[in-house]
Write a protein that binds this ligand. Structure first.
Ligand SMILES: [Zn+2]
Length: 181
């Protein structure tokens, strides 16, 4: 690791400590040439295995790029997207596996994206799950509605004939997080 001050290539570790529950290690280093100190962070590489079998390091930026594409024209700010990418990385790292198939990264994106923006979720799902027909969208939308109804406020009792056309067209009030507004 090069010294960020003088570019010397040799440094000595003066302190090492674990952070974030042992997922990363911070090392305090002292430059052998100029004597200045700097900190490095070490974490294991999370490898994403693509369908072709090629592996590449997990990239939060790639998640952000993909999600932004799906969010085009939608009223969602960059902070929310960065937070989503963080959630995706946390969810994947929490499994503790060194390698994760790329489709699981996609899955890990779908869940928080659904909470963030339904339209972007459908766009992303349509590409990621290779929707081929209107029926694919219809199925996904109806699952989306069911899911939203499940987390909706309990003020509407679930009647036996719950597929009234009138209600099916409306999303329950209060399912949007206020910080989306
Ligand atoms: Zn130096």
């Amino acid at each position: 690791m090069r010294c960020p001050y003088c570019r010397h290539s040799d440094s000595r570790v003066v302190d090492s400590r674990e952070a974030e529950d042992g997922l990363i290690i911070r090392r305090r280093r002292s430059c052998q040439s100029c004597g200045k100190r700097f900190t490095t962070v070490e974490e294991s590489i999370l490898a994403v295995v693509k369908r072709s079998g090629v592996t590449e390091p997990f990239s939060r930026d790639k998640v952000i790029t993909g999600v932004r594409k799906a969010l085009q024209g939608r009223p969602v700010d960059d902070d929310a997207v960065a937070l989503l990418a963080q959630k995706v990385e946390d969810a994947i790292r929490a499994r503790g596996a060194a390698e994760v198939p790329s489709n699981e990264v996609g899955l890990a994106i779908l869940v928080p994206l659904r909470d963030l923006d339904e339209v972007a979720y459908l766009r992303f799902a349509s590409v990621y799950r290779s929707f081929e027909s209107l029926a694919d969208f219809e199925r996904e939308i109806s699952m989306l509605r069911d899911g939203l109804r499940d987390v909706g406020p309990p003020d509407e009792p679930d009647e036996p004939g719950e597929a009234e056309p009138d209600r099916a067209g409306k999303l329950p009030v209060g399912t949007h997080a206020p910080d989306n507004a």
